[in-house]
Design a protein around this ligand. Structure first.
Ligand code: GNR
Ligand code: NI
Length: 192
């Protein structure tokens, strides 16, 4: 169970964190562009922790704010394995400064597209500028899974999903399936 006080000493406040409902395809919210964060303050850090708790609960390795319905340019990532010490990372207003010509392929998934996985090719290495949880401007060079995850999350900030990087045939199939699932979840009174 995720506990900020005992396990992390990560946040600057003591308060109830909460698991937020995930926005799922084909919700048009996922296609919104997110707005830059103006300041890293207590409410923003609270949102970051709620995102982490939501991500750990899912479970996932990354989460963009838009996936919990907040159109803000921020994302969280934790690549630690289940048996390792948690390693939460917050990226506010992240920007990709440079990408490698070298590519890598990962099988990606998305908490907003549950139980669908596909191989995506992306730059193997990225240089990223961002603001950290202390409000400090940082730069980082990422490779491996972190590079892929950062690109997947930064795409979310621009309304882009990993299925936008696969063939149109596959994407149309996935969208169709999720539209049907969403329709089947609606009570009959919603029809007509
Ligand atoms: O949990 C997630 N796993 C994952 C695997 C490969 C590439 C990207 C990801 S991110 C994803 C969580 C998510 O949807 N983040 O937006
Ligand atoms: Ni995603």
């Amino acid at each position: 169970m995720f506990c900020p006080v005992d396990a992390f000493h990560w946040t600057s406040y003591l308060g109830a964190m909460s698991i937020k409902p995930l926005i799922i395809l084909p919700d048009p919210i996922l296609r919104l562009g997110s707005k830059p964060v103006e300041r890293v303050d207590a409410p923003l850090l609270k949102l970051a922790d709620d995102m982490l708790e939501t991500m750990y609960d899912a479970p996932g390795i990354g989460l963009a704010a838009i996936q919990v319905g907040e159109p803000l340019r921020m994302l969280v990532i934790d690549l630690a394995k289940e048996d390792e010490t948690p390693a939460p990372q917050l990226f506010v207003n992240p920007e990709i400064l440079a990408t490698s010509d070298e590519r890598s392929v990962y099988e990606e998934g998305c908490l907003s597209i549950p139980d669908y996985y596909a191989e995506v090719e992306r730059p193997a290495t990225v240089r990223v500028k961002y603001v950290d949880r202390d409000g400090k401007v940082m730069e980082m060079e990422a490779d491996g899974l972190l590079a892929t995850c950062l690109q997947h999350e930064i795409d979310h900030l621009d309304g882009v999903l990993f299925i936008d990087h696969i063939s149109k045939l596959k994407r149309d199939m996935v969208v169709k399936k999720f539209k049907k699932l969403a329709k089947d979840r609606q009570p009959a009174r919603m029809v007509g």
